[in-house]
Design a protein around this ligand. Structure first.
Ligand code: PGA
Length: 253
């Protein structure tokens, strides 16, 4: 059985106090509402990681994730944060290849492959994002595009390494736009991705890889999305900033 995962991506939001407030609310709700069989990952900006972790403590099923890591191991790289440092702070997951990083920070497929290697080398689980623009969706080449992103940054991994990776399909036209992919569109892409994984790593590994959907997921559409056989959870941006909305999404399975 593959893991069901809901990851909240705070992006570049929330002050120290706001982050503490949101985390306390989440932790209390998780205690009250006993979320079972779902892995919850909180991905705040870097300075929040340690204080958020102190609040999360040993809350069952809740893990800490970063939104990025360096492609370098350590050394004179001012402003960067390595996978090694993250791991030493108890971080378990790292989002890599988010479309905002690809677009605004010009992260290319080769760099992302190196970041994936760094994450795995230090025991972090990469949440590897892929997804197409509206233009590509309209041209009908979205499946090839998304498969090519996965091939370029992940298919150098050994089967053992690859089996530690989580994939997030995030159509760029649905991120922060209020326009969600329909559950059918998500299912279609997730199934195509899974068969792509099977062609490289075999059916067993493909079947145990969690593939999350991201892009304007909210409490109103999560149930339908998560109800699809190949949708194993979500990467949640805007709705992860409100504790009630985030919990409702977690409870949508
Ligand atoms: P959104 O963002 O839920 O605000 O659309 C998702 C993401 O970018 O991870």
């Amino acid at each position: 059985m593959r893991k069901k995962i809901v990851a909240g991506n705070w992006k570049m939001n929330l002050s120290f106090e706001e982050g503490q407030q949101l985390t306390s609310e989440l932790v209390n709700m998780f205690k009250d509402e006993a979320i079972q069989d779902v892995v919850v990952v909180i991905n705040p900006p870097f300075p929040h990681l340690y204080p958020v972790q102190r609040l999360v403590g040993d809350t069952a099923g809740v893990f800490l994730g970063a939104q990025n890591c360096s492609d370098k191991e350590s050394g004179a790289f001012t402003g960067e944060v390595s996978a090694k440092i993250l791991a030493s702070f108890g971080v378990s997951y790292v989002i890599l290849g988010h479309s905002e990083r690809r677009e605004y920070f010009k992260e290319d497929q080769t760099l992302l492959a190196t970041k994936v290697n760094q994450a795995l080398a230090h025991g972090l689980t990469p949440i590897f994002c892929c997804g197409e623009s509206l233009e590509i969706r309209e041209s009908g080449t979205h499946e090839e595009t998304v498969k090519a992103q996965v091939t370029a940054s992940l298919f150098h991994l050994s089967p053992e390494e690859f089996s530690k990776v989580v994939i997030a399909y995030e159509p760029i036209w649905a991120i922060g736009t209020g326009k969600t992919a329909s559950a059918e569109q998500a299912q279609e892409m997730h199934a195509a991705l899974r068969s792509h994984l099977a062609s490289k790593y075999g059916q067993a590994i493909a079947e145990q890889t969690s593939i999350l959907y991201g892009g304007s997921a909210n409490p109103g559409n999560a149930k339908e999305l998560f109800g699809k056989p190949d949708v194993d959870g979500g990467l949640i941006g805007g709705a992860s900033l409100k504790s009630r909305d985030f919990i409702e999404i977690v409870k949508s399975f």
